[in-house]
Design a binder for this molecule. Structure first.
Ligand SMILES: *Cc1c(COP(=O)(O)O)cnc(C)c1O
Length: 421
């Protein structure tokens, strides 16, 4: 029996309706930008396996470092203990994070990093005797699949059965360059009626909302409003972090810095699951006390796993290397050229780009998980490219190490799809 067949016996996959999609593609190995399935077919991983493997799959710089670490220290409780990989990682992060970030809290996936960010924001106010019960988030945002993260997410496709159990959240539109004043007056009405603890947002690019991109000045104005009203700002950079936007973090494109940041995905270069919630000294100080109960009583068994910390450390070194920075510039330029060309295509409604994140909308409307979308996905796979269209959006978020030839293949296959559908 093939893996594909054996899979169906016991496995339940994420975000999958198994009755409609019984078959999974069995991947045997991966190297650089190439995924190879059990029949020996190769696919260019043009979305870096959900934006994680930015330095290429099985990157030997990272795997060697992790295998050395494996012989030294595998795992230890991080409550009451510490270790070199975590200490070194915290120091490396201070070099690249916005300069107001000063404390690092570990967890193991993007959703929990958001969960922790929300808890920090809520407990900050609780600890300072200013109890607040409402959060603000963008329409169409996505922050993960745990309860707090789902509550602040605006994409109801995922959340239907759970909405009755959510935290209290008020939603605002994303700034589009014209609705500045409208958003600020909405914020004023919200704070007149509600005690707002925090504002959670994906800065500049909303990933699950089909790489929807918004206006930096408008976002700055919102962040300034929040600061003025002691609303804790939580930047969910789980997707945008680590070089995707052309800077190390999307928040570095903005003049107002977040109080709290959530990081995961590319953090470990796709090798091991890990996440971070970072915060400013100001937030941390509200928890620092002679009183036990003012501490942040949140912890995961694998918090700051030494292997994951080592993978993250090696990944950050790669991110800062001239090689990777040159690649990022090359991909940005290459996308610009492709964008100029492809936006003329009659099947293309619009194109957009932030850093190495490129997206185009097709002229036709499609359901997020509809039939057309499935056919498009299959077309790409049959042509050796792994792309995952979201509704009528086709986006590229390839590893930084994608070669010019591989990137051209991705462009050509997209163009071919436009001419076919
Ligand atoms: C992927 C993602 C998450 C959730 O991360 P998981 O590791 O899948 O739990 C949260 N926020 C953003 C912006 C993401 O892209």
């Amino acid at each position: 029996m093939t893996l594909k067949e054996r899979d169906q016996k016991h496995l339940w996959h994420p975000l999958t309706q198994h009755k409609l999609h019984p078959e999974s593609i069995a991947i045997k190995k991966a190297k650089g930008c190439i995924l190879t399935d059990e029949d020996g077919n190769d696919y260019i991983d043009a979305i870096a396996s959900w934006y994680t493997c930015m330095y290429g799959h099985c990157n030997t710089y990272i795997t060697n470092r992790v295998s050395e670490q494996m012989k030294q220290l595998d795992q230890v409780v991080f409550s009451g203990f510490t270790h070199e990989p975590a200490v070194k990682l915290s120091e490396a992060l201070m070099d690249i994070l916005p300069d107001n970030q000063n404390k690092i809290f570990f967890s193991d996936n993007g959703s929990t990093s958001v969960e922790i960010g929300l808890k920090m924001a809520l407990q900050y106010h609780f600890n300072t005797n200013d109890k607040r019960d409402t959060l603000i988030a963008f329409e169409g945002g996505f922050h993960g699949d745990t309860f707090g993260a789902m509550s602040v997410s605006g994409l109801s496709v995922y959340n239907g059965p759970f909405e009755d159990f959510f935290l209290q959240v008020k939603r605002i539109p994303v700034p589009n360059g014209h609705n500045h004043q409208e958003i600020l007056s909405l914020l004023k009405t919200i704070i007149a009626k509600h005690q707002v603890a925090g504002f959670v947002y994906e800065p500049l690019v909303q990933g699950a909302a089909a790489m929807s991109m918004h206006n930096a000045e408008g976002l700055n104005a919102i962040l300034e409003f929040c600061k003025a009203h002691n609303i804790i700002t939580v930047a969910d950079e789980v997707m945008t972090g680590f070089g995707k936007t052309g800077k190390h973090f999307a928040s570095l494109h903005l003049s107002t810095k977040p109080d709290i940041m959530c990081l995961s995905k590319a953090l470990t270069g796709g090798l091991l699951p890990m996440a971070l919630t970072t915060c400013s000294q100001h937030i941390y100080n509200a928890f620092y006390s002679d009183n036990m109960s003012k501490g942040l009583f949140h912890g995961h068994t694998y918090s700051a796993n030494p292997l994951a910390c080592t993978a993250a450390l090696a990944s950050i070194e790669l991110l800062q290397s001239q090689d990777i920075q040159n690649n990022i510039s090359r991909i940005i330029e290459s996308h610009q050229t492709f964008g100029e060309k492809i936006k003329q295509h009659p099947e293309v409604k619009s194109v957009r780009q932030t850093g190495i994140i490129f997206a185009l909308d097709l002229n036709i409307e499609m359901e997020r998980y509809g039939n057309m979308r499935d056919q498009l996905f299959k077309f790409f796979m049959n042509h050796g490219v792994f792309l995952r269209p979201l509704g009528n959006t086709i986006y590229i978020q390839a590893p930084f190490v994608i070669t010019p030839t591989q990137l051209n293949t991705v462009y050509q296959v997209i163009e071919k799809a436009l001419n076919t559908f």
